[in-house]
Unconditional design. Sequence first.
Length: 379
Amino acid sequence: MKRNGLKRGMAIVVMLMLIAGIFMSCGNSSESASAADTEVAGFTAKSTPAFVGDEGETYYLITFLSGYPYWASYYEGFKDAARQLGVNTKYQGAMTADINEQISVFEQVISLKPAGIMINPTNGEPLVETALRANENNIPLVVGENDIPGARLAAVINHNDLISTKKAADYIGKMLNGKGQVALFENVGQRNHETRIAAFTENLNRDWPGVEIVAKADTKHDEMKGAEAAKNIMLAHPDVDYIFSITPAAAMGAATAVEEVGSDVKILSFDVNQNVLEYMKNGSIAAAVMPDAYNFGYLGMLALYLQNHELLDPMNDYSVNPDKDAFDYPIIYASSTVVTEENAQFYDTEKYLEGRGSKGYDEGALKMTKETLPGYWER
């Protein structure tokens, strides 16, 4: 009995050893397969998910008016997408709206050979030559708002100006019960602002024929010009009810002028910043239309990554057509919201960045380490 038990025990041991050998063999085969899978297909290693990039990849966001409040959530969206993809970002801006300075910054970034560039210029046409240089260097490009004609772009992210300015026109029309006078503050020379004013005018004339545009002023991004223009308009048109400003700086100037003369003219701005929110609290600015800048940055970063990693294989001639990319979206529209005192708390940039643990423009995507951020993960 003992001998039979010993035989059974030895048989079990041998069987376990054989099973272990099989598993070890399988393990070695897996390791060999894993090693083979590290060979690169495009830019993506087979052993790594397509949506996990390399820490060494750096994507740039370039804007004019560096540090302008509008870009804050724009860059947060850009960083969020990059962080979720495991790649890095940098922000670079021209200090002014001067187109030559924007071209210079664009050229400097191209010389760094980044993984991709998203640029939001005041006017795309003067940037064509520089953009073509980026194309020659196979640097993916995405443009915000002002298209660069003739350049190969993964995407153009923009506002639907007819929709966003309809919100502004409807707000004024409803507040005036369909009858009144409006003055417009423009920014001549900045292409998207010119388009926006034209769209607002079209919406107002079509939907609110009883609301008349009585004056226009080219106030640009200038608070002093806004104040001066508002005083002149109120003097020339004492019955004016609203001033619609295409820039928040000029809107703030108008609000100051209205307070000084004791007028009841209402101000509607396009874009929101901290000062505009303060003016809303005391009633000097009635409302503002705020584009969803975060989604500009987020969608732009995704487009750059998809093109850089060659992740799409559409049913078209992109593989033999040098003028066409697999990722080719002519335009993507972001949304907008009418901001008033009631919902202004959600548009406070300082509180927004603080809640995200963000250092804003001063950090890249991979420096964002707050675990409550959407899609947070660690390598």
